[in-house]
Write a protein that binds this ligand. Structure first.
Ligand SMILES: [Zn+2]
Length: 192
């Protein structure tokens, strides 16, 4: 992954509207076998607002990307746009886009780490027995996947074709019409 160009600007914060402190950083990243993506991050030291997203400069069609998570696939590059749904059906975990969802460039292991962090956060919030035992079971399953001891399926659904799993072994399929309608796009739901 080569970072091509970095562009920094001081902008008016979109959240607290304070002028002259929020920083917008735009990075053009060249991803081999995929193309260029533009990563934008906005950080405001005044109110603490932080948001990042990625935009693929070469647009794809809406697509469903499926890959097996196993010990050989952990370092495969993943581009998740802010409008993509990410799921691992075997462990019942799913991230749907919401107004606060972020786009990012990572790898399969990085996706697992994000899920791991989300489950740890949930374990702190919900202290009833059922939530705790379900949460711990899920956490253990994610950690086994990260160690390469187990296999599961990683699916990314992107109605705008901005995401990708960059590998020869990825299976790319169309999103069936009825599934496309049920996908959240991040514009009207709060999920994250
Ligand atoms: Zn602000």
């Amino acid at each position: 992954m080569n970072e091509m160009e970095i562009n920094e600007m001081i902008i008016k914060c979109p959240v607290c509207s304070v002028e002259g402190v929020a920083k917008s950083i735009m990075k053009e990243i060249e991803i081999p076998h995929f193309g260029k993506v533009l990563e934008t991050t906005i950080q405001c030291p005044e109110c603490g607002f932080k948001h990042s997203d990625v935009i693929a400069l070469e647009q794809n069609d809406p697509a469903k990307y499926t890959i097996e998570i196993n010990k050989n696939n952990l370092s495969i590059r993943v581009v998740r746009s802010q409008s993509a749904t990410v799921l691992i059906p075997e462990i019942g975990i799913k991230v749907e886009p919401g107004p606060k969802s972020e786009g990012y460039v990572t790898n399969v292991e990085g996706i697992l780490t994000r899920f791991e962090d989300a489950v740890k956060k949930a374990l702190k919030l919900f202290d009833d027995d059922t939530s705790q035992s379900n949460g711990k079971k899920t956490l253990n399953e994610i950690q086994e996947l990260k160690k390469g001891n187990e296999t599961a399926t990683l699916i990314i659904l992107d109605p705008f074709g901005q995401s990708n799993i960059v590998s020869d072994s990825v299976e790319i399929s169309e999103i069936p019409e009825e599934e496309l309608h049920t996908l959240k796009t991040g514009f009207s739901h709060i999920e994250e």
